[in-house]
Design a protein around this ligand. Structure first.
Ligand SMILES: Nc1nc2c(c(=O)[nH]1)N[C@H]1C(S)=C(S)[C@@H](COP(=O)(O)OP(=O)(O)OC[C@H]3O[C@@H](n4cnc5c(=O)[nH]c(N)nc54)[C@H](O)[C@@H]3O)O[C@H]1N2
Ligand SMILES: Nc1nc2c(c(=O)[nH]1)N[C@H]1C(S)=C(S)[C@@H](COP(=O)(O)OP(=O)(O)OC[C@H]3O[C@@H](n4cnc5c(=O)[nH]c(N)nc54)[C@H](O)[C@@H]3O)O[C@H]1N2
Ligand code: SF4
Ligand SMILES: [Mo]
Length: 831
């Protein structure tokens, strides 16, 4: 048995550049279960982050009792990280699963049967449709359902109801990834591949704490940095993460920009490439447009100017640019430190620009990974339950809309395309006013995860909007709903999903869902049936009943598009696992790397968007796009840096930012129910720099109040590795508490402080820029509950080799079965 709590990345298998990453199989079974006891192994992939590690689920007595990595899988070569090993299965047998629908009666949520619950939904839905039309309907879904479920929901919304108000929590997660691809290359889709790790000679991580958030991918990188001829690492993060430690170890560099200043730093790096002649001029001339404008845009950002804005020493910026400029093959990864921060799309596009300027794209080692976070975020973007049109189609292109109308046999005018799809933050605003009077939330917990929590609670609890919540558990969001539907989860249903590097996995049903819980697919189909959605021939709009039939329908929707699934089938996915799209006649076994030919899907008739001005978000028109004659070339686009919306002031002198720890996933509905993960990070904290802590008279473990103009939390302080002037809070902790409802649990939700503001292009809200103040409220009685293993470690020098054990340090992964999980108070509609 392995211990992935203390030994997060596991035994190393270093290997030389250009050689295949060796396999290492990780296995974990529930306490008391031996390998010989396992009755069946069922093929799947891990659903606890975007890495999509191939695994098999162990089944015994009709229960999921553990997981084992798939040695032959192209993604993980057998490895699994802490969440995947310990967090994948315990939640499923938790005693507080939702097993029957709930409806609100006289203010109380009470159990009921499916007929009553669906009857209530359909009654409200039909009533509003008749009275106000489809714009009264909104859907807020996830990055954690299956492809088949998103596609079904997308068809219901676009062709059944005809509402543009549909989005996913992917808006909070990877909207910027999609936007950055569309702006640079014309369509969504990761150009790079994980195999680039084996070929590169430098890796840049932009706002990405990979050692904690994609642990298996980080293990793959460690196997290069600890082997012969290692790549140099460059880290861009205001905290001294383990990426920063590895940067220092490999002769790379750690750049710690002030929170909210990424774009100034990127403009500085770009300027350095021009200044030193590190631009591959011939390649750029042939394959990109916009180079002159970009050179002008970045001209003011001298290293000294960058130092003034970002606080990054000019010499460090120069060194980082030199590493980019002189390496033969750079791999870049970008994540929430960029996507959820100020000027998100512009900063992320700037990473694409660096690769285009160097001509480093589509070749081994030269990947751009605009990362995803959630396991199935990619599928939502592909299938269009995030508002996009399915198959990376352009809502502004009548031919693309007509293709879908033909496929679904509906009038093209039914499909909402007269204006951009409504983004999640706007959906909430419409729900706030009641112009959306019916909001269906599936597989996401916005009461904890959306910014400015007090406002979100008020919207969901108010009478102006009827709220349906579909989840595994009665979450903080479910408590505010009018109807709660019990869903079947991973392992209890069959479906496919696609990871960051376009790799598709099939996840088979291993066990039956509890009692009356149903798959999300079945729930959406039941709604479509009850609403009697039909096509123009009078046949049912949704012609499929099973997930395999839904997959086959989806496959047809991708024909001829960059994201081509036509060569995939359930049978094919049951073979060697982990196949990257496009998969078609030309590429029957999938495609490791896009754009090898230097041709991009940027043509006016092919692209997914005509693009935007990165500074203002203003849309480029079709005519303007056509005039640029992209002819398969990529776009180099830039923007000037502007200061964040809320800068430190006398009242709020510090910069507030939020994020994750390795042991918890999001709002903890799964990881909080696995004993070892829960114990490794049981409660909230904030990280302060030693300088700020000393100035405020705060010691490790003291209780502090952290306040922004919107709200406050009271948690314990970790004197940590965050840069001076910044404060970091994990966002995992709502009021649900597996131990008990702690008196302080109401006051530990990081999003009480964040604000309702978003990127002008991707519309992704900013979770990583706000101003705050910190005051000590009382002495602590020991260290804070923050993990001591990774970026949240105490300020004492941190080395990548020897992280200290976490508090508690237990390795049992049994479900927290007997503790009262939930102080269930269905009468509360908290405001
Ligand atoms: N353990 C674990 N793994 C996860 C998840 C989880 O909840 N737990 N969630 C998954 C999901 S959905 C996602 S989206 C990913 C997210 O994965 P990451 O993006 O790696 O995680 P975060 O902690 O949100 O943010 C990354 C880093 O951004 C830094 N940062 C904060 N502000 C700024 C800034 O202004 N500029 C820069 N350059 N950096 C800044 C933070 O210090 C932090 O180290 O993780 C996925 N994997
Ligand atoms: N302050 C701050 N806030 C953030 C972030 C941050 O960095 N800082 N990160 C943002 C990001 S990147 C993300 S991705 C979001 C995540 O935020 P959420 O999406 O709210 O987080 P989860 O806890 O993953 O919620 C998923 C819900 O779906 C349920 N679920 C799981 N599987 C299924 C299923 O098969 N069917 C159904 N019906 N339900 C299921 C789970 O029980 C859970 O309640 O948070 C965002 N919020
Ligand atoms: S890296 Fe992500 S996908 Fe892989 S085991 Fe960990 S949580 Fe699961
Ligand atoms: Mo995410």
């Amino acid at each position: 048995m392995v211990d992935r709590i203390n030994d997060i990345w596991g035994e190393g298998t270093p290997h030389p550049r250009g050689t295949v990453w060796p396999a290492r199989v990780d296995l974990h079974l529930e306490e008391g279960v031996a390998e010989a006891d396992v009755e069946r192994w069922v093929q799947s992939a891990c659903l606890l982050c975007s890495n999509g590690c191939g695994c098999d689920i162990a089944v015994k007595d009709g229960r999921m009792v553990g997981v084992r990595g798939r040695a032959g899988d192209t993604v993980n070569h057998g490895r699994l990280g802490p969440k995947g090993l310990y967090g994948s299965t315990p939640w499923a047998s938790s005693s507080d699963r939702l097993t029957r629908p709930l409806v609100r009666r006289d203010g109380q949520l009470v159990e009921t049967d499916w007929e009553t619950a669906m009857g209530r939904i359909v009654e409200v839905s039909k009533g509003l449709l008749a009275e106000k039309g489809p714009l009264s309907h909104g859907f807020y879904t996830s990055g954690q359902l299956f492809l088949e479920e998103y596609y079904t929901l997308a068809v219901i919304g676009k062709a059944g109801l005809g509402t543009p108000h549909m989005d996913g929590n992917t808006r909070l997660c990877t909207a910027t990834s999609a936007a950055a691809f569309k702006e640079s290359f014309g369509a969504d889709g990761q150009p790079g591949s994980y195999t680039d790790i084996e070929h590169c000679d430098a890796i840049f991580l932009f706002g990405h704490n990979m050692p904690e958030t994609q642990t298996v991918l980080w293990a793959r990188i460690l196997d290069r940095t600890r082997g012969e001829d290692p790549p140099r690492i460059v880290c861009v993060d205001p905290r001294h993460t383990l990426v920063a430690a590895e940067a220092e170890r490999t002769g790379g560099i750690h750049l710690a920009p002030r929170v909210g200043t990424n774009l100034a730093l990127m403009n500085g790096l770009t300027r350095e490439l021009f200044t030193h002649g590190w631009v591959h001029t011939e390649w750029v001339e042939e394959h990109a447009i916009g180079v002159d404008d970009l050179r002008d845009t970045v001209a003011p950002y001298t290293p000294e100017e960058v130092e003034r804005i970002c606080g990054v020493p000019a010499a460090d910026l120069r060194q980082a640019a030199r590493i980019f400029g002189e390496s033969e093959a750079v791999l870049s990864t970008v994540l929430q430190g960029f996507y959820q921060s100020h000027q998100a799309t512009a900063a992320s596009v700037a990473v694409n620009n660096l690769h285009l300027l160097r001509g480093q794209i589509g070749r081994p080692g030269c990947g751009v990974l605009q990362m995803n976070g959630q396991p199935t975020a990619q599928n939502n973007r592909e299938c269009g339950a995030d508002g996009d049109l399915p198959g990376f189609r352009n809502w502004d292109n009548p031919t693309h809309v007509q293709q879908l109308a033909d496929l679904w046999k509906v009038d093209a005018m039914t499909i909402p395309h007269w204006a951009p799809p409504t983004h999640a933050m706007q959906i909430m605003s419409y729900a706030e006013t009641g112009s959306i009077g019916f909001l269906w939330i599936s597989a996401t917990n916005p009461a904890v995860s959306m910014p400015e929590s007090a406002r979100i609670r008020k919207i969901l609890a108010g009478e102006q909007c009827f709220v349906v919540v579909q989840d595994l558990f009665l979450t903080e969001t479910g408590e505010l709903a009018d109807v709660v539907l019990p869903a079947a989860g991973w392992g209890e249903k069959t479906g496919c999903f696609t990871n960051v590097n376009r790799t598709v996995h099939l996840s088979e049903q291993a066990v039956e869902p509890p009692d009356e819980a149903r798959s999300d697919l079945d729930i959406f189909l039941a709604y479509a049936d009850a609403m009697k959605f039909t096509n123009i021939e009078g046949d049912p709009l949704i012609g499929w009943r099973t997930s395999e039939e839904a997959f086959d329908a989806w496959r047809e929707a991708t024909r001829g598009r960059p994201i081509d699934y036509t060569g995939l089938s359930y049978d094919k996915l049951r073979g060697p696992s982990g196949i990257p799209w496009p998969v078609n006649d030309e590429h029957p076994d999938g495609t490791d790397r896009l754009y090898a030919d230097g041709r991009f899907p940027s043509d006016t008739d092919e692209c997914e968007t005509y693009g935007h001005d990165l500074l203002t978000g203003g849309a480029v028109t079709e005519t303007e796009h056509r005039a640029m004659a992209p002819a398969g070339r990529a776009f180099l686009k830039g923007a000037a840096y502007t200061p964040p919306h809320e800068e430190p002031s006398e009242d709020y002198p510090l910069r507030y930012t939020t994020g994750r720890t390795v042991y918890q996933f999001h709002t903890r509905t799964k990881t909080g129910r696995a004993r070892s993960l829960d114990q490794a990070a049981p409660d909230a904290w904030v990280e302060l720099s030693p300088t700020d802590a000393a100035g405020l008279g705060i010691s490790e473990g003291d209780w502090v109040r952290v306040e922004s103009p919107r709200g406050a939390i009271e948690v314990r302080a970790r004197v940590g590795t965050v840069m001076a002037g910044a404060v970091f809070a994990p966002f995992h902790y709502g009021h649900w508490d597996p131990h008990d409802l702690a008196p302080d649990a109401e006051h530990r939700l990081a999003n009480e402080l964040t604000m309702t503001v978003w990127d002008p292009v991707s519309k992704q809200p900013y979770f990583k820029t706000a101003a705050c103040r910190v005051t000590k409220t009382r002495d602590g009685d020991g260290p804070s509950p923050a993990p001591t293993t990774a970026a949240s470690a105490p300020a004492a020098p941190q080395t990548a080799e020897a992280p200290a054990p976490p508090p508690g340090g237990a390795t049992s992964s049994e479900v927290l079965a007997d503790t009262p999980h939930y102080a269930l108070d269905p009468s509360s509609r908290r405001t």
